[in-house]
Design a protein around this ligand. Structure first.
Ligand SMILES: Nc1ccn([C@@H]2O[C@H](COP(=O)(O)OP(=O)(O)OP(=O)(O)O)[C@@H](O)[C@H]2O)c(=O)n1
Ligand SMILES: C[C@](O)(CO)[C@H](O)COP(=O)(O)O
Length: 226
């Protein structure tokens, strides 16, 4: 069976927009509503847990909050703490069930990419993640100057969703250094696993800085979602 956890307990410190970036408006709806849409529309999904900050007052005001597949729980100090809290809130799930983890701040996920991830990652024992190969020439920097050019042929940029078996991911997060784990795949890697890289699209961006918002809006328009 297929479940999902959406960590949404971050403060958006880099954006510094006065409210957490997942609640900023994008074409008339909150960023998190766009992020949730393809997951909630995925036919096989059994349950989705949104992980909120302890003082969150915004999520309950959104139209999506009453969706029958959706429940919430309280997150922690790091993204990995929040994801672990979300996994522990999947009440009916079994250790062998699959769990998608998707950032609340990634509003432009394409339904086709989600479907390809689910199909391909479920064929890998260690799950998988959407990612894109490095596009530009990569430089090693030393004190502001380029000291060498790196081999980009083996470099991919990690996105979400990421898909793993519940038991494997929970164990990897419980045993890992959660203050320094930036994505689920790295917890699995540290535990010896090799998650499959499933190629997605570069416009599945994580809203991080203010100028990401117009790019996200353009991507949603191009997809016909606005
Ligand atoms: N303690 C945390 C930190 C982050 N997140 C979530 O993890 C996702 C990706 O994290 P990031 O982009 O780093 O979000 P923020 O922590 O909000 O941003 P910043 O680092 O700029 O403060 C976001 O959906 C964010 O809400 C979370 O659930 N719990
Ligand atoms: C999980 C993630 O979105 C993959 O790119 C990312 O790791 C989130 O945190 P970041 O520290 O902003 O990269």
């Amino acid at each position: 069976m297929l479940y999902a956890v959406v960590p949404a307990a971050g403060r958006g410190a880099r954006m510094d927009a006065g409210l957490p970036k997942q609640y900023l408006q994008l074409g008339g709806r909150a960023v998190i509503e766009h992020a949730l849409e393809p997951l909630l529309d995925y036919p096989e999904l059994e349950q989705l847990v949104v992980v909120l900050a302890p003082d969150d007052q915004d999520f309950a005001t959104l139209g999506v909050a009453g969706h029958p597949l959706l429940s919430t729980c309280v997150g922690g100090a790091s993204r990995a703490d929040s994801v672990l809290a979300g996994l522990n809130a999947l009440d009916a799930a079994d250790v062998d069930d699959w769990v998608l983890v998707h950032d609340a701040a990634r509003p432009c996920l394409r339904p086709d990419d989600l479907d390809r991830l689910v199909r391909q990652a479920r064929r890998s024992p260690d799950g998988g993640l959407l990612a894109v190969p490095a596009r530009d020439t990569l430089k090693q920097s030393q004190e502001g100057h380029a000291s060498s050019t790196l081999d980009r042929s083996t470099i991919w940029q990690a996105q979400t969703p990421q898909l793993f078996r519940l038991g494997l991911l929970r164990q990897a997060l419980e045993q890992g250094d959660r203050m320094h784990i930036t994505d689920e795949a790295s917890a699995i890697e540290l535990a010896g696993g090799r998650p499959r890289l499933v190629q997605g699209h570069g416009d599945n961006l994580k809203v991080t800085w203010l100028d990401d918002l117009p790019m996200a809006e353009a991507s949603l328009r191009a997809q016909g979602r606005l």
